[in-house]
Design a protein around this ligand. Sequence first.
Ligand code: UT7
Length: 322
Amino acid sequence: MTYAKITGTGSCLPGQPVSNTRLIAERGLDSSDEWIIERTGIKARHLAEPSVCSSDLALVACQKALEAAGRTPGDVDLIIVATSTPDYIFPSTAALLQAKLGIDNGSPAFDVQAVCTGFAYAISIAEKFVRSGSTRCALVVGAEVFSRILDWSDRGTCVLFGDGAGAVVLEGSDEPGILATALHADGSHHGILSVPGQICGGQPTGDPFLRMDGQAVFKYAVRVLAEVGREVVTAAGITVEQVDWLIPHQANIRIIQSTGKKLGIPAEKCIVTVDHHGNTSAASIPLALDESVRSGQIRGGDTVLLEGVGGGFTWGAVLLKL
Ligand code: UT7
């Protein structure tokens, strides 16, 4: 066994899509459908009911991924959940998910917190477990209810995000799977994107909502996404032309387009779901992957470049053969 390979994907979006127009009307926002589409590419997002937690969305995504892989919960011996909107401070969302899946084999389950780069971090970590032989069948999940940490009076951020979850099953294989990974962080930029407070026992402490310097994040994201994309392509010893699909974090259509242009990857090879998912943070990459696999756009054997960027600042990429 040489590689860790994705053997199944799944995802979950809560409820019906909420259009810009409906969001603006329901939340009384000083915004417009035109502004949101022009500046972000977002037309709709899904928002979870108050009783729905990240682990609930993760559960459905994992059940679908396991079914696609031909595995059952009993086969799973590692769960990693990437989330910035965990159900509790502790236990981890991964532990709660393990219980919801009915897994009682004592295998490890833990969360990873790298905001919108979380899925890239989680799958990179899982790859090491699988390749070392200590894990045979991992569930790697990105799950978020970002609607909980939005300030609905801040039109600069509240129109951008949505809720959802995506999951993959990762197993050892002799066939090429994950070819190269790269993870980065620079904590000195913590101030441009953060949630500086928290909600504990239902009570806000500090400022519990997402705060962002949108333009600073935009510029940083485009630069590092291009850099880290080149880094993994070089590490795998292939060329950018050999990449069949780019799945960047889905934050803004303009960031996706600029990244593709900088990398020399044409628009028709860039997967875009931000228009109907909004920015679902750690869930955005596995959601886009699952949608593309299920629609038949991405097929077995394709070379796929996953790229995340987010608060921390964190960024990372995973190059893989599906
Ligand atoms: O996943 C985490 C990573 N996050 C990101 O990647 C987000 C990166 N940043 C962005 O996507 C963009 O910077 C935004 C979409 C957040 C903002 O777009 P922008 O083109 O940078 O707009 P801006 O912040 O410069 O604001 C331009 C104008 C301002 O009005 P004035 O000062 O020119 O009168 C804003 O107040 O647009 C106004 N504005 C809005 N107008 C209508 C800001 N939000 C809205 C809104 N509706 N929702």
